[in-house]
Design a protein around this ligand. Structure first.
Ligand SMILES: C[S@@+](CC[C@H](N)C(=O)[O-])C[C@H]1O[C@@H](n2cnc3c(N)ncnc32)[C@H](O)[C@@H]1O
Length: 195
């Protein structure tokens, strides 16, 4: 499904980084950042340009091909990994930051992934996450078409148990990021640190 979507000639989520990330990236400690479900590379390239050492993982080979091209055009070096997040090993105390932007997975896969996020962050490592909540189904401006692929405060508080939340909020905001996120959306935003 994702390879087909990414076969469009344009960058379907745009080449500009996600707004929540641009507002908060400076909370990520300098060092190794893992971008989950990075797709066409807009966020990874942005972070690499800020001086971070970036690894980007995604399940779509076509998306990653576009991401590599975007990185080349921007003359930044990024480690791209083609993997299924259902069985991707994130390691232990490995990352200074983990970035998860619109990473919508089946709930059992997401829960397991989030446990790995907690384990794989270094002490003082930071997770930044933005994703659609179940309310997004009312807006039809992008994102999952079923509620089970969305997430809310109760779920993320539980799934990311072990992190200290600086911010966990559900808000409505204009998400105009490429041709596939196109207007008012219902999102959850998380900033959390490993103590
Ligand atoms: C909505 S896009 C977000 C892309 C990127 N984070 C952005 O904001 O531009 C969701 C991404 O999740 C990836 N994805 C979905 N299921 C996956 C899985 N099981 N393993 C790895 N990547 C997956 C897709 O390939 C797609 O790139």
């Amino acid at each position: 499904m994702w390879d087909e979507k990414y076969s469009a000639p344009n960058y379907i989520y745009g080449t500009k980084p996600n707004e929540f990330l641009t507002q908060n990236f400076n909370l990520l400690p300098k060092g190794k950042i893992l971008c989950l479900a990075e797709g066409e590379g807009r966020n990874a390239v942005f972070l690499a340009k800020q001086g971070y050492s970036v690894t980007a993982v995604d399940g779509s080979a076509v998306g990653l091909q576009k991401a590599r091209k975007w990185a080349e055009e921007n003359q930044v070096s990024i480690e791209f990994i083609h993997a299924d997040l259902a069985d991707y090993e994130l390691g232990e105390a490995k990352w200074d930051g983990i970035v998860s932007i619109f990473c919508h997975l089946p709930v059992n896969i997401r829960r397991a992934l989030h446990q790995k996020v907690v384990t794989s962050l270094k002490q003082d490592g930071v997770m930044l996450l933005e994703a659609y909540t179940p309310d997004q189904l009312n807006y039809k401006t992008g994102g999952p078409t079923t509620a089970d692929m969305t997430m809310n405060t109760v779920q993320l508080t539980e799934e990311l148990n072990g992190l200290q939340f600086t911010l966990i909020q559900e808000i409505e905001r204009d998400v105009v990021e490429g041709t596939h996120h196109t207007g008012t959306g219902a999102v959850i935003q998380v900033i959390a640190k490993k103590p």
